[in-house]
Design a protein around this ligand. Sequence first.
Ligand code: 3HC
Length: 295
Amino acid sequence: MAQQIEKVGVLGAGLMGHGIAQVAAQAGYEVVLREVDEATLAKGVGKIEKQLARAVEKGKSSQQDADAVRGRIKETIHYRDLADCDLVIEAITENLALKLEMWKEIDEIVKPEAVFATNTSSLAVIDQAAVTGRPGQFVGLHYFNPAQVMKLVEVVRCVTTGDEAFDTALEFARSEGKLAIPTKDKAGFIVNRLLVPYMLDAIRAYEEGVGSVGEIDEAMKAGAGHPMGPLTLADFVGLDTLGSICDVLFEEFRERRFARPPLLRKILSAGWFGRKTGIGFYDYSGESPVENPGI
Ligand code: 3HC
């Protein structure tokens, strides 16, 4: 039996967190969106407001509905505002130590019957569940970027997850209009286990001179029907995030397909994280992206 969810806490208003918050508010939930400081919070909320305004402009939403969605999102920099949430989803940086520290604090504050979920892309869900006093009420809810558009949510059961919490998470994702696919707590789950080696292989193909950045991307779009080529996708996901995910997968499985290609390591050393920094495999500073000449 699934638990009744009315209020959802979202930790982190970055690339994933702002989208997760918007999707929940659009589905009618009261949302509390928490960030570390006012400036980061305002940036995330600004993105939501921009998306809502765009939907009104396109005639996909009425101004009234957009205002109602915005009105359901309460922003905060304090954990205490999440105290009466029924479900808390974390979407902070992909760093286990930070996540553990955060869960320990949250666990003390949020009501004991609430379900906790991590949006981790690759870290083991059990490692986070185990630091809380509610490992039976802990799941993975893995959204895809952009969360407002991508249909899938992977719902991850770890070894301690109880049936009620798992059903609650499945029902919650479905109530947002998502396709909820259950999966086990194996690093990368379904999608990243397949998608990450694909992006890494595209980087290796470029290193080996198989094609230019643009040629590899155009080939996969036209030849395999993908909406974005693999290097554009890597920039879109964030090269720092891709680097963290492949490190976790490599550590877990010790397979070459998950290893960081040398070029990725160098790009990251340069501070080129893709779209979020305006430069990665492509330079996004102009009207349309051009291949990064430094690569
Ligand atoms: N937020 C909200 N809506 C957005 C958006 C965003 N960031 N980006 C695009 N959209 C909406 C647009 O408003 C548009 O809506 P409409 O159809 O109602 O007008 C619709 O999406 C299509 O957008 P565009 O016409 O601008 O552009 P495209 O048709 O090229 O679609 C895309 C953009 C949906 C991002 C598409 O290119 C795509 O599907 N790319 C692949 C994305 C992907 O693979 N994501 C998964 C990454 S892996 C991951 O997230 C896992 C993690 O763990 C790493």
